[in-house]
Write a protein that binds this ligand. Structure first.
Ligand SMILES: *Cc1c(COP(=O)(O)O)cnc(C)c1O
Length: 389
């Protein structure tokens, strides 16, 4: 028989950089500022709620659309924070993390040949899922050092085949929080060209003094915006994989139509726990953001002192530095050498671009770690010889 091969729909999609870099971290005993997961858990009461759910029989399939309690809690969350009114029975669907929200949205909405305008550097699952859906990505680059949205570039990316804009704000990996003016420009374009906006807002609460404006709150946008979020980032439960998609019933219905054939239903005992998190711990994410802001400063100040320049991020888990001042032409080589040289792992941002030159010199560091871990990383970087060659 001929050797089975991976389907063409996955052509050109490499294994994620995180497997490579995390393996390198383990092998060298390096401090891992690569992958974005916190090293402290979310509220213990929420964990207790999950344990109670496990012990009281919430162990069989939940409804595909999500448990009523969680859908209602998500609707209350959108109302409380943003004044958005949602019908929990038709405008909210629970997903297996935002990752499944992204997959279901793209598989449920994008037809082959449809163009999707998407911010670059990308969150890596966007590339894979647009391609698996048969769509065509049209990148708009957030360029160093400020990583703002270039509105001319945005408008130029829209063609007669464009049907979607896939946004992410607060943006991973750059830490950009789109301003109201930037979002208004996207909204104007969406209305003008009859586009649907799919917006990944998993870092909605993790901003550092800049307000997050949900796209769905802009005039005329609620009816054409599908919003994706998750408990993972807001509540430091990235391993739980409980997310949600909200928006008009037609868009939510498309997500559900695809989701039912992916996972059918998401983790039953975690849904009531996440409902309790949203309802009973509404301030946890704000406290988390304040802690992250201090960690951001600790990391960015430390990096700056050793010649790793970068604009402090406005939100998310991540800071980006430019290695040009250290004399390195390519951050991939730098990141591959760094675990041996300094005992630290960072991610070369170029892997998140179609145009690697736009991110050639950039490294992404996660600061969602305990202070001691960040201090250790900075001190190791400061003590190491980071010069090129
Ligand atoms: C972490 C992350 C996700 C995935 O969220 P899960 O709930 O863990 O699936 C989606 N989008 C962005 C931008 C992220 O950083």
């Amino acid at each position: 028989m001929t050797t089975p091969r991976t389907a063409a729909r996955l052509d050109g999609i490499p294994p994620t950089i995180f497997s490579t870099m995390s393996a390198l971290a383990v092998r060298t005993g390096a401090v891992n500022l690569g992958q974005g997961f916190p090293d402290e858990d979310g509220p213990p009461e929420v964990i207790a709620a999950a344990v109670r759910a496990l012990q009281s029989g919430a162990n069989q399939y939940a409804p595909g659309i999500g448990t009523p309690a969680l859908r209602q809690a998500v609707a209350r969350h959108q109302q409380r924070h943003y004044g958005l009114q949602l019908d929990p029975d038709s405008q909210v669907v629970v997903t297996t993390g935002c990752t499944e929200g992204i997959a279901s949205a793209l598989l449920g909405l994008v037809d082959p040949g449809d163009e999707v305008v998407v911010l670059e550097p990308y969150y890596d699952s966007y590339v894979a899922m647009i391609q698996m859906a048969g769509g065509v990505r049209r990148p708009v680059t957030l360029r160093a050092p400020d990583f703002r949205l270039d509105l001319d570039e945005l408008r130029a990316a829209v063609t007669s085949r464009t049907r979607f804009v896939l946004l992410n704000s607060p943006h991973n990996p750059t830490g950009t929080v789109l301003t109201r003016a930037e979002l208004e420009a996207v909204a104007e374009l969406a209305v003008d060209r009859d586009l649907v906006v799919i917006t990944d807002e998993v870092y909605e609460h993790l901003t550092f003094g800049t307000d997050h404006v949900p796209m769905a709150t802009l005039p005329g946008m609620a009816e054409r915006t599908l919003t994706l979020s998750s408990a993972g980032k807001s509540y430091s439960f990235t391993g739980w994989k409980v997310g949600w998609a909200t928006g008009p019933a037609s868009l939510v219905g498309a997500v559900l139509a695809a989701k039912q054939w992916l996972t059918f239903t998401s983790g039953a005992p975690l849904q009531p726990a996440v409902a309790a998190a949203l309802d009973e711990h509404p301030d946890f994410p704000t406290t988390l953001a304040a802690e992250l802001r201090e960690k951001r400063d600790l990391l960015c100040d430390g990096l700056e002192k050793i010649g790793l320049r970068g604009r402090p991020p406005e939100g998310t888990y991540f800071a980006t530095s430019d290695i040009t001042d250290l004399g390195w032409p390519d951050a991939m080589a730098f990141c591959l050498a760094l675990p041996e040289r300094a005992g630290v792992v960072g991610i070369p941002t170029q892997v998140f671009y179609d145009d690697p030159d736009a991110g050639r010199q950039l490294v992404r560091w996660a600061f969602c770690k305990r202070r001691e871990v960040i201090e250790e990383a900075v001190s190791r970087l400061g003590a190491a010889d980071l010069s090129y060659g």
